[in-house]
Design a binder for this molecule. Structure first.
Ligand code: SF4
Length: 257
């Protein structure tokens, strides 16, 4: 018996709840309701690319402020929206919440995309529509002595914690088999430094080219502009798929967009 939420008025680890247009991956262009959970097993640091762009849910997690009824109310208020982007942080840390959302999705014909780094396999009563998996490669490991967004210093404990669940191939394999669909969304910088690791990962899991959506690195307009061209050209020649990040182009570093 999988866990459910029985009290819809109880505060949940949901930090953000808003409407947007999906701007990444194979569902881009759909109006969606974003459910952003807080808490993450990882501590991603991408060197020049900066810290995790939702560090307020991971490295310095803020407290959740919405309950399940709030999520239902959002769909009642926006009946034209039949999509959900379940993101974080790491939503798979919250099995009862994710499972309850699959019930809501099943009742209302809502398509769920879950953004996950793939560290945990999470069965649900109804399979999730799309796993959008962004595996964390070696360029995500925090560097000893670096300063976090709120001024802490990276120590070995933080590095070990990050690496503990990183690239959990078994969990990713099981998740792909269990849920309805998936794609892999690797982030590539302008020098394409991670391509070798991504190729190796995809070979190991037998992931076909059309399931790989390469995304340019950068958490603001300026840095994205640098990687857009090289990543597009790479995808053109390699035969993967390409996804931009239009929400950053449109709204730069604003939150809840
Ligand atoms: S896994 Fe995702 S949410 Fe967690 S620290 Fe890394 S980039 Fe941020």
């Amino acid at each position: 018996m999988l866990k459910r939420i029985d009290d819809y008025s109880k505060n949940l680890p949901v930090l953000e709840l808003y409407t947007a247009v999906q701007s990444e991956g194979s569902r881009q262009g759909y109006p969606t309701i974003v459910v952003r959970t807080t808490g993450c097993t990882h501590r991603c640091y991408f060197g020049e690319g900066g810290w995790c762009d939702s560090w307020y849910t991971s490295i310095h997690p803020e407290k959740g402020k919405y309950n399940f009824q709030d999520i239902i109310n959002m769909y009642d208020k926006h009946p034209h929206i039949k999509e959900m982007m379940l993101t974080g942080g790491s939503p798979t840390m919250h099995p009862a919440l994710v499972n309850e959302l699959t019930h809501l999705a099943n009742e209302r014909d809502i398509f769920i995309t879950i953004e996950t780094e793939g560290s945990h396999f999470l069965p649900t009563d109804f399979p999730i529509g799309l796993l959008s998996i962004s595996p964390k490669f070696s360029n995500s490991v925090p560097v000893l002595g670096a300063t976090t967004p709120q001024g802490a210093t990276v120590d070995q404990k933080m590095i070990d914690r990050h690496n503990k669940h990183r690239l959990n191939l078994d969990a990713i394999k099981k998740s792909i088999e269990y849920h309805s669909d998936y794609h892999i969304k690797p982030v590539l910088d302008k020098d394409l430094t991670m391509v070798g690791e991504v190729e190796e990962f995809c070979k190991e899991l037998e992931i076909p080219d059309h399931k790989i959506w390469a995304m340019p690195a950068g958490d603001d307009r300026e840095s994205l502009f640098e990687s857009y061209g090289p990543v597009m050209n790479f995808v053109r020649d390699r035969g993967w798929r390409y996804t931009g990040r239009s929400h950053i182009m449109a709204f730069n570093t604003e939150r809840e967009v």
